[in-house]
Design a protein around this ligand. Structure first.
Ligand SMILES: *Cc1c(COP(=O)(O)O)cnc(C)c1O
Length: 393
């Protein structure tokens, strides 16, 4: 490999490369800004004017990079976000992200000062937590989570007196109230019936509040699948995550989706060495790949520490190089992965390998990888490693 010392394009010297779009580096994420903008417009078109997108930018915006994505969304006029943790909210504020930031998860009382200092909105996990927040002694903005059947967080919807009581707590500035639909992704009778009961339970609380004369807080029930499958419950916000990034949780859902969403993320790495292996030899940890006939194999500069699932080992997964598919052989390592390139003789060190994205006519989607790894795209994307460079293309 003879990289020219000052050449940041990563060109190999032997092949033409599109210097503008090829970053220097071992493994990286390319973010398609046009795709993000397009997805925003497609999703906004689904919502009534009274409902705003509140993108879920938790877990580094599902691996895409929370600050990068949120800045772009601010540019697009989006000023509401949700994150999982107070630290994620603080990071956005330190990077000058404007608008409302709702923390969906638990914040430890020792960190309540951060809510105040950075003007973050805290979710009320249940009645006891409302009291803890109130006891902090300074005014805090909150959204009340109502448990309508998922039983993860939220005050139980039957406990209407406890919920009404929160509105009497002097230090809580209750700006919103929400619930989370836990079976909105499957349109089987049982799931539909359950989701409808969740929705009914939520509105019972809302109606009771109104009957008691309390001002109606901003409401939200939908996440990505809620937007798609239950458009009628659009209220003040839609907490959209996975769909914003241009995919759905599974391959099947992505294929069946009526919306023309475009994937925002591609995952790429480089071929670092190409070599020949001979019959009787074995490749990688644990001698898992036994060579039966002479093969050309390539090592890639990406591994499970970068978020490539180890379950793609031994042929379960593949990558794209020079527009062709190359199966993963042996075990995915922490920082490297080995592929069979016998069928792609033109491969040399320095070439780009695509783990998620397109190469020539071929494509590997995040949903393909999820299926191969036995999980959902949300997990694949959100586990993209911190070592990966993230760049806009
Ligand atoms: C993560 C999350 C979302 C976003 O979900 P998607 O299915 O990715 O759209 C919405 N609401 C809550 C409470 C969440 O935790």
């Amino acid at each position: 490999m003879d990289y020219k010392s000052n050449d940041k394009s990563g060109g190999t010297g032997t092949k033409p490369v599109n210097k503008k779009n090829v970053p220097w580096g071992r493994a990286w994420i390319e973010l398609d800004g046009a795709a993000l903008r397009y997805n925003v417009s497609v999703l906004e078109a689904l919502l009534p004017d009274t409902c705003e997108l509140m993108p879920a930018v938790k877990a580094e915006a599902y691996g895409h990079g929370a600050v990068l994505i949120s800045k772009e969304l601010n540019q697009l006029g989006i000023y509401s976000f949700c994150v999982a943790t107070v630290a994620e909210g603080v990071e956005l504020r330190r990077n000058k992200i404007k608008g409302e930031i709702l923390i969906l998860g638990y914040t430890y009382p020792e960190d309540f000062y951060l809510l105040h200092q950075y003007q973050l909105i805290q979710t009320v996990m249940d009645y006891e937590y409302a009291q803890t927040l109130n006891d902090y002694g300074k005014k805090l903005k909150v959204h009340i989570a109502v448990d309508t059947g998922m039983h993860r967080i939220g005050e139980r919807c039957e406990n209407i007196d406890e919920i009404l009581d929160m509105f009497e707590m002097e230090n809580l500035i209750i700006e919103g109230m929400f619930t989370h639909l836990s079976a909105d992704d499957v349109m089987e009778p049982r799931d539909i019936e359950f989701t409808r009961s969740q929705i009914r339970n939520f509105y019972k609380v809302v109606d009771k509040l109104e009957a008691e004369g309390y001002p109606r807080p901003r409401l939200h029930l939908q996440s990505s699948y809620g937007m798609l499958n239950y458009p009628e419950v659009a209220e003040s916000y839609a907490r959209v995550g996975i769909a914003l990034y241009g995919v759905l949780s599974t391959q099947k859902d992505t294929e069946n989706c009526k919306l023309p969403l475009k994937p925002v993320l591609s995952l790429k790495t480089r071929v670092t060495t190409v070599r020949t292996v001979y019959p009787g030899e074995a490749v990688g940890y644990g001698m898992q790949y036994q060579v039966e006939e002479e093969k050309r194999i390539a090592s890639l500069a990406i591994g499970y520490a970068d978020g490539l699932p180890r379950s793609l080992s031994n042929g379960a997964g593949e990558v794209l190089i020079c527009g062709c598919r190359a199966p993963i052989i042996g075990r995915v390592c922490m920082d490297q992965t080995i592929v069979d390139v016998t069928q792609i003789p033109e491969v040399t060190a320095g070439d780009i390998a695509v783990l998620i994205g397109t190469s020539g006519e071929e494509e590997i989607s995040a949903a393909d990888v999820a299926e191969q790894a036995g999980t959902i795209t949300n997990e694949i994307l959100s586990r993209m490693g911190s070592r990966l460079e993230r760049i806009w293309i």
